[in-house]
Design a protein around this ligand. Structure first.
Ligand SMILES: *Cc1c(COP(=O)(O)O)cnc(C)c1O
Length: 408
């Protein structure tokens, strides 16, 4: 009679060995466990035998369609990171007790691959996403992750599924590297197990009906982030609490929430985008202002890039702009004063999804601030920055090492 291995090992399929014995088995001689690091060079590849039909680019809706493959790796507290696998896109199987389903130690990134004029896919400043992913994982007490290895995996997924990147301006492949805590226990404690997965979604213009300005509803009641909180990290738990305020804003006829914080009603972010204003100065130049990275603001890659671009003399010369850049706290009161004095030239939102999007009105306590777009869809400053950002992302404009090819 053969003995079922499960009953031999005890309940739940767990081996009867104690953790110490397990470690000894792994190392052969015992001693401290050598946890395997995430190693992209070991990636195993199982290609889909049946490829999905591509969707017409015009019918793409954000985050609704996924490519043929995904990449998955898992972290085990005794052995470290598994060998990463590229395999057909499909459901994950997880124990319902996993930490991710209860306490949300989940972090993610959002980045895009664009086709350049040479037809090659490229990423925009991906190292910044990877450093941010490492920081988010650390904040959620997840196992340490090497972002450089994640980036190598991202590049493999992009090149494998490159046929999914629609040609043409404002089309891209949206990439979503995600790490979730998979400790299978209800204990309220850090997840010592994790899963990394990378999925990819072909994406079209942010406004499928054509580019247009956004309206914002300045929210006094609910806050997105607070000092000492997690607003400065891309952690999943930050987003669901914003859904009800977003619904309230939509009911009032606005596109996005303008998140305020504190007694002075500091202006922080808009929706899941960083927020900028342009204010006319007495000397004829313009101030470009965004909130500082004080821990309540998500350190956007687009935000950082807009700040560098806007401050650049050759950029200002090219677009005949004279700009002064400020990362500083500013309030609803100031915004209303600038508007009343006719000094509020522009407001705009930035992020990977929208790139740079203009704002035409901001509702606050029953009043409304309107932005002078003079019939255009973007003001002069946001137009120029958007042109520059898209040009770099699509490989048409050279800017330092910001555009990174996926194939070596
Ligand atoms: C992701 C995100 C942004 C934009 O960051 P990018 O790196 O530019 O895409 C801004 N605010 C919030 C809250 C975000 O989640």
């Amino acid at each position: 009679m053969t003995v079922d291995s499960k009953s031999q090992n005890g309940v739940n399929g767990h081996s009867a060995a104690t953790p110490a014995e397990k470690i000894q088995n792994i190392n052969g001689q015992g001693g401290q466990p050598e946890l395997a690091k995430l190693d992209a060079s070991k990636l195993t590849i199982e290609l889909a035998t049946c490829l999905k039909p591509l969707q017409e680019p015009e019918t793409l809706r954000f985050g609704m369609n996924f490519t043929d493959h995904m990449i998955v790796a898992t972290f085990d507290p005794l052995t470290g990171w598994s060998i990463p696998e590229l395999k057909p896109y499909g459901p994950l199987t997880l124990d319902p007790s996993c930490s991710c389903f209860h306490y949300c130690p989940n972090v993610f990134e959002g980045m895009k691959a664009h086709l350049g004029p040479d037809g090659k896919p490229r990423l925009f400043r991906p190292n910044m996403n990877m450093r941010r992913l490492e920081g988010s994982a650390e904040r959620m007490a997840l196992p340490p992750i090497d972002g450089d290895e994640v980036l190598k995996l991202v590049k493999v997924l992009v090149t494998t599924d490159a046929r999914w990147i629609p040609e043409g301006e404002s089309f891209s492949l949206y990439l979503r590297p995600t790490i979730i805590g998979t400790r299978a226990s209800l204990g309220v404690t850090a997840s010592d197990s994790a899963m990394l997965y990378i999925i990819a979604s072909p994406s079209g213009p942010y406004f499928p009906q054509g580019f247009r300005p956004m309206s914002l509803f300045a929210m006094g009641e609910n806050v997105r982030a607070w000092p000492g909180g997690t607003g400065g990290h891309k952690v999943g738990g930050n987003y669901a609490p914003a859904f009800l305020p977003q619904r309230i804003a939509a009911k009032q006829g606005y596109d996005q929430v303008l998140w305020l914080f504190g007694e002075e009603k500091n202006i922080t972010e808009a929706g899941a985008m960083n927020f900028f204003v342009v204010v006319q100065r007495d000397d004829g130049d313009m101030d470009v202002i965004t909130a500082p990275l004080d821990g309540t603001i998500l350190p956007g890659v687009t935000r950082a890039s807009c700040l560098i671009i806007a401050a650049d003399p050759s950029f200002q010369e090219k677009y005949k702009l004279r700009l002064h850049i400020h990362e500083r706290t500013f309030t609803m009161k100031e915004l209303m004063q600038w508007s009343e004095q006719g000094k509020l030239v522009e407001a705009f939102c930035v992020g990977t999804a929208v790139s740079v999007g203009s704002v035409n009105r901001i509702g606050f306590e029953g009043k409304e601030i309107t932005l002078p777009l003079n019939g255009a869809v973007l003001g002069p400053v946001s137009y120029a920055i958007r042109e520059q950002v898209l040009g770099i992302q699509e490989g048409r404009v050279q800017w330092e090492d910001w555009s990174v090819l996926c194939e070596e």
